[in-house]
Write a protein that binds this ligand. Structure first.
Ligand code: ADP
Ligand code: MG
Ligand code: MG
Length: 882
């Protein structure tokens, strides 16, 4: 078996396609060598060795050592130097390199192969000071990385020495000073380890190789892999490469470059370099590096000479290499290079990390340049990344006075005045104030205040708390669970870390980082036209799944349409009942003891509800709207606090006692499984009658007004049996017939149901007899299938995720094995009964890229998600199709 792959001198055993075996770094070094680029020669020990090493309980396969010896001999030949040769020593770097770049892995060891004799040889060839400076760097690095001795120990010895000698800067150290330091370093190592620093280059080499493979299983690497779904079986590779020296004097340098600007995607040559420096000096921050290009130096206002002027020939060559690599890989590259005495060497290339804004610009530019296709451009932008582009963000260089950091629950940034009460938030917003709602936690009664607020902060609750879910749905920036935040709404203050913020004070919320800041911090607005519009049009051309939005207000509907929604997939009519003007009438209806009383209240609600639908149909034009009839338990509409009880009693003319009695009548120990959904329609058909009538009257009115054809799709929630749907479909059809007869206008409409109970999914075959469409309500379907209440899941779900019981929060990413199986079954059975049945999904999952991909594979017709996630779903649907 081949364990070792050589590269350099215009050829290589491997290439870029072999990332799995050679790791990213090794595969790209091989590719660059094959392209004829100047790569110092070396060899890669494959990831298969890493796997074998752990299978053999930290032993190497017997055939490895001879292959390494052979590769080393070849490397000596290629470089014209000898490993451990005191006259002309070959020095190497030992570099780790997994498939995906991975922090937590062993750091690179440079200058390996030096010992007393080799250092003396190097001194003769390249100068004493350089040789002994390199040697002491090597001892320090190797001891730290391979032998596990702290960096500080060496720094401490060096500082002491400099103090004693009255030396200020490292550059003032002479060769003799370094020689003395080397003695001190070696003593320190021997004292610490009880044995001397290894003199034998082979021993050094195997020490470093084992350190790389060993670091694959260190805690940092394991944690990183877990967080990023990287399997342990992948293993890392080890690269052994001839050293080139950027620290040979003023004609040498080292640097990093990006072929385009990774922060905004501009096609300028970006990067920095240091003259007379080695390896990590550029990022270590000891000296400030200079920009590479004149253009970049000008944008930065840098005084230092860019590489373009300091070494014009090297710059021109580097530019060429950069262009070659970018065209070859068809992606923005992140390069590492070193200049040794005027000669350029390439040490690494990889696809560069970039911000969402840069990813967008680079993808669109490259497609326009003809480097990639439009479909490839679509695949270059990750749907989850889009989120960053859809909301205002805090400008990068803004000063931040951070009060507290909580969970980044809903992205975007907002500035506003602190308000502690939802009604107050609404009133202030009506007057044109920007407000931030600060609460201990939120409940359904806060919806209106949350909607009115620019941003939301809670002291309690996790990423799936009410505040987080609702804020994401509304596209409001939100920081949740800001521990240490003491909210005293009555007194109108919150306190944190000994500071006090009063009602009306201005704060800034950054939902991307979880920061809550004092004062107004500068923000950048998103741009939805330009490159964004272009890329989304390409995505639309590629996808099959349609994308709708969950929306119930005109504003949300408008936003949804602007974000490209092709209709409404879920209009939750109950949200319309929480309105301040209506809730008294809703409560009066709930409090009446008989049908006649309820009808009287419903008659007053009818025109209001009709008005809601008219506005929505007007905005939607010919796009369909799935409207769900009343779903939540009536109890949710009643007041909860004594204070509110009194207010409501006064307003509605019932006594507080009566109100309390009715509230306790309606109380359920398990409201989620209680008197809600179609069960309300079955017991109080007059409610659904009113809603259906409002829908059809609105549709007819808008048809008359605009000449368009509104498309109402009436949806019955929480159906478990076909009989329920039959009864309620009848209620809806009767209203439609009546309205059409009264107005003389007939419109197409559909009646369908949500599939959100396991029984409904299993009996989808007979339910489809009466349903023109199914909309999978995956929030409830997840709750009822898993038997987990979303509102209470926070207490244990985190532990479940940590233990891998559920890989992902099932309320965020659809549980494809369980809930998904029900969705598949229902889709199949529904289609068997009614071949053309329209199938969609609504709920949080509709905007989750992995869940969207599942819906595509399952053959659903559309997904529906919150307006702000519509572009994410469009892009995810395109990814699924490509
Ligand atoms: P990382 O994965 O952390 O970027 P690298 O293996 O790329 O680590 O090494 C870090 C730096 O060490 C490189 O950017 C380069 O400056 C220096 N380096 C690595 N190998 C060599 C070499 N053969 N000659 C000169 N410098 C090297
Ligand atoms: Mg590197
Ligand atoms: Mg539901």
């Amino acid at each position: 078996e081949t364990w070792v792959y050589a590269f350099g001198g215009g050829t290589a055993d491997g290439d870029a396609s072999m990332k799995n075996l050679l790791g990213g770094k090794g595969a790209n070094l091989a590719e660059m060598a094959k392209l004829g680029l100047p790569v110092p020669p070396g060899f890669t020990i494959s990831t298969a060795v890493c796997t074998a090493y752990y299978e053999l309980e930290r032993e190497y396969p017997a055939t490895l050592a001879p292959q390494v010896d052979q590769a080393l001999a070849d490397l000596e030949k290629k470089s014209g130097k000898g490993f451990g040769d005191p006259e002309n020593p070959l020095l190497v770097s030992v570099r780790s390199g997994a498939r995906a770049s991975m922090p937590g892995m062993m750091d690179t060891v440079l200058n390996l192969g030096l010992n007393e004799a080799a250092a003396a040889g190097l001194a003769k060839k390249a100068g004493e000071r350089f040789a002994y400076d390199s040697y002491r760097r090597f001892i320090q690095m190797y001891s730290n990385v391979v032998l596990g001795i702290s960096h500080d120990e060496f720094e401490h010895l060096l500082d002491e020495y400099k103090d004693r000698q009255g030396i200020d800067l490292d550059t003032d150290m002479s060769a003799d000073d370094w020689k003395k330091i080397i003695v001190l370093y070696k003593e320190a190592v021997e004292k610490e380890l009880g044995k001397p620093f290894p003199e034998d280059p082979k021993e050094q080499l195997w020490g470093a190789i084992s350190a790389v493979f060993g670091s694959w299983m260190n805690d940092r690497a394991i944690t990183y892999r877990k967080l990023n779904d990287i399997p342990a079986e992948w293993g890392t590779a080890v690269n052994v490469q001839a050293m080139v020296f950027g620290n040979l004097g003023e004609t040498s340098a080292t640097g990093v470059a990006f072929t385009r600007d990774p922060s905004n995607g501009d096609p300028i040559f970006y990067g920095e370099y240091l003259i007379n420096a080695q390896g990590e000096d550029v990022v270590a921050g000891i000296r400030t590096p200079a920009p590479i290009s004149r253009e970049r130096a000008d944008t930065l206002g840098s005084e230092d000479a860019p590489l373009e002027e300091a070494m014009p020939e090297v710059y021109a060559q580097l530019r060429d290499v950069a262009n070659t690599l970018e065209r070859h890989y068809k992606d923005m590259q992140d390069l590492e290079f070193t200049v040794e005495d005027g000669h350029l060497y390439m040490l690494q290339t990889r696809s560069g990390k970039r911000t969402a804004a840069a990813a967008l610009k680079i993808a669109v530019d490259m497609a326009r340049e003809g480097l990639i296709t439009e479909n490839e451009a679509v695949l270059r932008l990750m749907p989850a990344q889009l989120d960053q582009l859809l909301h205002p963000t805090i400008s990068e260089d803004a000063a931040r006075d951070v009060l507290v950091v909580g969970l980044p629950a809903s992205p975007g940034a907002a500035v506003g005045k602190v308000v502690f009460d939802s009604d107050e938030a609404f009133q202030w917003a009506e007057k044109g104030e920007d407000v931030i709602l600060v609460r201990i936690e939120t409940s359904p009664e806060d919806i209106k205040g949350m909607h009115a607020a620019r941003g939301i902060v809670t002291a309690r609750g996790g990423m799936t708390s009410h505040a987080a879910v609702v804020a994401r749905g509304m596209g409001r920036p939100c920081v949740c669970g800001a521990g240490g935040l003491q909210v005293d709404g009555k007194a109108g203050v919150f306190r944190v870390m000994g500071r006090e913020v009063k009602k009306g004070d201005v704060i800034t919320v950054d939902g991307a980082t979880g920061q809550v800041m004092l004062g107004a911090v500068d923000m950048v607005q998103p741009d939805l036209s330009g490159d964004f519009g272009t890329l989304m049009a390409w995505a639309d051309a590629a996808r099959r799944l349609k994308v709708r939005a969950n929306a119930e207000t005109p504003l949300d509907t408008q936003t949804a349409v602007e974000f490209g929604a092709e209709g409404i997939g879920l209009c939750r009519t109950e949200h319309m009942f929480f309105d301040e003007e209506r809730i008294p009438e809703v409560r009066a209806m709930i409090l009446s003891n008989d049908v006649a009383g309820r009808r009287a209240s419903l008659d007053k609600l009818l025109p209001m509800q009709r008005g809601d639908f008219e506005e929505i149909f007007r905005i939607l034009e010919d796009r369909p709207a799935t409207i769900r009839l009343l779903d939540p338990p009536l109890h949710e509409f009643l007041p909860h606090t004594d204070e509110d009880m009194e207010d409501v009693a006064k307003a509605s003319g019932v006594s507080v006692e009566e109100l309390k009695r009715r509230a306790s009548d309606l109380h359920e120990s398990n409201p989620m499984l209680g008197h809600r959904g179609c069960r309300l329609g079955i017991t109080y058909p007059e409610i659904y009658e009113m809603q259906a009538r409002a829908i059809f009257e609105a549709a007819v009115n808008i048809a008359n007004e605009t000449g368009r054809k509104p498309v109402p799709e009436v949806m019955i929630p929480l159906v478990a049996t076909h009989r329920e749907l039959q009864i309620l479909k009848d209620v809806v059809d009767t209203q439609a017939k009546a309205v059409f007869a009264e107005t003389g206008v007939t419109l197409d409409y559909l009646v369908g149901t949500m599939i959100e109970l396991p029984r409904a999914a299993l009996r989808a075959g007979d339910i489809a007899q009466s349903a023109a469409f199914f909309s999978f309500g995956t929030n409830d379907l997840t709750q009822t299938t898993l038997g987990i209440s979303r509102d209470d899941a926070g207490r244990f779900l985190k532990v479940y995720e940590d233990k891998g019981i559920y890989e992902k929060d099932p309320f965020v990413t659809l549980d494809q094995e369980g809930v998904g199986e029900l969705v598949k079954t229902a889709a199949e059975r529904g289609r068997n009964t009614r071949p053309g049945i329209k199938l969609g999904i609504c709920g949080e999952h509709g905007g989750d890229p992995a869940s969207v991909a599942f819906c595509h594979r399952t053959g659903l017709d559309y997904v529906s998600c919150s307006p702000y996630r519509v572009p994410i779903a469009r892009l995810a649907a395109a990814h699924a199709a490509l």
